[in-house]
Design a protein around this ligand. Structure first.
Ligand code: NAD
Length: 468
C-alpha cells in the first residue's frame, strides 16, 4: 500500500483535512491527499531549519545520501509509475523516464565539484579565500507536468549545496511526490527533506514564511509574479522557472520529411505540457505545405488513450481546466480563420482526451499563438522574409527555449544569435536540457537558472574569508 502521508521532520504526517486527486483518464477520484495544517507547516519549516545545522557540515555524507536517493528512486520506478499515471495521465515509458531521469539528476549533483576560489596568501601577506555557503531552508514548489523530475531538479542541487528543503507539489499531482517523500525518509536525516501537500494558500504560506531563505519555484508566469512579490517583501533569494511560448523556425533549406518527426516530438511530448515544448512553428513558404502534410500524417496516426495501456502514445490532458483551455483556444483560432488539419476537438467519452492538433493559417493575434497553450496543439505560421520571422519569434512576453532548423548548421546558429531565449537548439529541440547545462528563461520565462554549476550557485551565498 503506497504511503500518501506527508513527510515532516522525518516522520509520516496525516492531516486533519484532505482533498481529492482526480485521474484525468477516468475523471474519477483516485485518492485523497493531506491538506497541510498551519502547525504542520510550522513543524516542517522548523524541522528543516534544525536539520540544516548538521546537514550543512558534512559534504561526503550529502554526496552519499544523494546517491542512495538515486538508487531508491530508480528501484521504486515500477511501483510508483502507476501512481504517476493515475494522477498525471502520461504513458508508461514517459512515466518511467521521470524516475530514471530524476535519478540521473541526483547522481550528477552528488558528483559535482563546487570549487570556490582557492585560499592564497597575497604578496602583502593577506590571506584571501572565496567559499560558497549554503543558505538554509529552501521552499521548493513544483507544477503538475513533470512531478518527479522537476522535484529532483530542486532537491538535488539544494541538498548538495548543504541546504534543507520543504517541498510542495501541485495539488493536481501530489501523490507521487508524497510517495517519494516516504521512500526517502530512510535516506535523509530527519528534517532534511520535508514534503507537504495542500491546496492554496499553502504555496503562499510557504513563500511568506519567515524561515526559508530561498524560494525555488517552477510554474506559470502569473503565479511566478506573486512568488516574486512575496520574495521581494522579505528579500528572499528566488529562482523562477516559468512559462514559455517556444518558437521553432524552419528555414527553406530544411528537409520537411526529416525534421517533421523531431518537431512533432518536440511539440507533443507529454501532450505539449512541457515548459520548453515547441509551441509555435514558423515555416518558410517553400517547405510549408510539405511540413504541414508530414506533421498532419504523424498527428493523425497518434495513439491516444489511457496511459496505462501498452500501446498508448498520448494520455489525457492533465485536468479539467487545461482540457477546457485547449478546447477553447483551438475553437477560437478556427473561428478566426485557422484550419485544423489533424485533431481540432476533444475526443468523445470520459476522460480529458484531446488529440494532437495541427493548426495551419495560424497568425499572431490568435491566443493560441500569442499565449502559452500548454497542450496538444501546434500552430504553424508561414513566412518568406527571415528577418520578419525572427521578429515574430521574438514577439512574445516569454523567452524560454527556441529551435532553428536548416540544412546548414552554421547558418542556423547565426539565426539563433538573434533569438531572445535561455536555450536555443539547432535541428533539434530540448537537446540542451541536461543536468550539466543551465536552464532558465529570458523575459517573463523566469529569473535565474536551474542545473549545472550555475544552478547550484543559486542555492549558495559566496563568502569571502580574509585574514592578515
Ligand atoms: P501554477 O503556476 O498554477 O502552479 C505551480 C505551483 O505553484 C503549484 O504547486 C501551485 O499549487 C503553486 N501555487 C499556486 N499559487 C501559488 C501562490 N500564490 N504562491 C505560491 N505557490 C502557488 O503552474 P502549473 O499549472 O502547475 O504548471 C504549468 C506552468 O508551469 C506552465 O506555465 C509551464 O510552462 C510552467 N513550467 C515551467 C517550467 C520551467 O522550467 N520553466 C517547467 C515546468 C512547467
Amino acid at each position: 500500500m503506497t504511503d500518501f502521508r506527508m513527510t515532516i521532520n522525518g516522520e509520516p504526517a496525516a492531516a486533519d483535512a484532505s482533498f481529492d486527486v482526480v485521474n484525468p483518464a477516468s475523471t474519477e477520484v483516485v485518492a485523497q491527499a493531506p491538506d497541510c495544517g498551519d502547525d504542520q507547516l510550522e513543524a516542517a519549516m522548523s524541522g528543516a531549519a534544525e536539520a540544516w545545522c548538521a546537514w550543512r557540515l558534512d559534504e561526503d555524507a550529502r554526496r552519499q545520501a544523494l546517491r542512495d536517493a538515486a538508487e531508491a528512486l530508480e528501484s521504486s520506478a515500477e511501483e510508483l509509475t502507476p501512481v504517476l499515471i493515475a494522477e498525471q495521465g502520461k504513458p508508461v515509458p514517459e512515466a518511467m523516464e521521470e524516475f530514471t531521469s530524476g535519478a540521473a539528476w541526483l547522481r550528477y549533483f552528488a558528483d559535482i565539484e563546487l570549487p570556490g576560489t582557492p585560499g592564497a596568501r597575497e604578496p602583502d601577506d593577506i590571506y584571501v579565500e572565496v567559499v560558497r555557503r549554503s543558505l538554509g531552508v529552501v521552499a521548493a514548489i513544483t507544477p503538475w507536468n513533470f512531478p518527479v523530475v522537476l522535484a529532483m531538479w530542486k532537491i538535488a542541487p539544494a541538498l548538495r549545496a548543504g541546504n534543507t528543503v520543504v517541498l510542495k507539489p501541485s495539488p493536481l499531482t501530489p501523490l507521487t511526490t508524497l510517495a517519494i517523500g516516504a521512500l526517502l525518509r530512510e535516506v535523509f536525516p530527519a528534517g532534511v527533506l520535508n514534503v507537504v501537500t495542500g491546496q492554496e494558500p499553502l504555496g503562499q504560506r510557504m513563500t511568506t514564511h519567515p524561515i526559508p531563505q530561498k524560494i525555488s519555484f517552477t510554474g506559470s508566469t502569473p503565479v511566478g509574479k506573486h512568488v516574486a512579490s512575496a520574495a521581494a517583501a522579505a528579500l528572499k533569494r528566488v529562482t523562477l522557472e516559468l512559462g514559455g511560448n517556444d518558437p521553432a523556425l524552419v528555414l527553406e533549406d530544411a528537409d520537411p520529411a526529416q525534421v517533421a518527426d523531431e518537431l512533432f516530438t518536440g511539440a507533443f511530448y507529454n501532450n505539449g505540457q512541457t515548459c520548453f515544448a515547441v509551441k509555435r512553428v514558423y515555416a518558410h513558404t517553400a517547405i510549408h505545405d510539405q511540413l504541414v502534410e508530414a506533421l498532419t500524417e504523424r498527428a493523425r496516426a497518434a495513439r491516444v488513450g489511457d496511459g496505462l495501456l501498452a500501446d498508448t502514445e498520448f494520455g489525457p490532458v492533465t485536468g479539467a481546466a487545461q482540457h477546457k483551455r485547449v478546447t477553447g483556444l483551438v475553437a477560437e483560432a478556427v473561428h478566426a480563420g485557422a484550419t485544423a488539419t489533424a485533431g481540432g476537438k476533444p475526443l468523445d467519452g470520459l476522460g480529458y482526451y484531446y488529440p494532437p492538433t495541427i493548426l495551419t493559417n495560424a497568425a499572431h493575434g490568435m491566443r493560441v499563438v500569442d499565449e502559452e497553450q500548454f497542450g496538444p496543439v501546434l500552430p504553424i505560421i508561414s513566412w518568406t522574409d527571415l528577418d520578419e520571422a525572427v521578429t515574430l519569434a521574438n514577439d512574445s512576453e516569454y523567452g524560454l527555449t527556441a529551435s532553428v532548423w536548416s540544412a546548414e548548421v552554421e547558418r542556423a546558429l547565426a539565426v539563433a544569435d538573434s533569438l531572445e531565449c535561455g536555450q536555443v537548439a539547432v535541428n533539434s529541440h530540448g537537446l540542451g536540457v541536461r543536468p550539466d547545462l543551465p536552464f532558465g528563461g529570458w523575459k517573463a520565462s523566469g529569473i535565474g537558472v536551474e542545473n549545472g554549476l550555475l544552478g547550484v550557485h543559486e542555492y549558495t551565498q559566496p563568502q569571502v574569508r580574509v585574514a592578515p
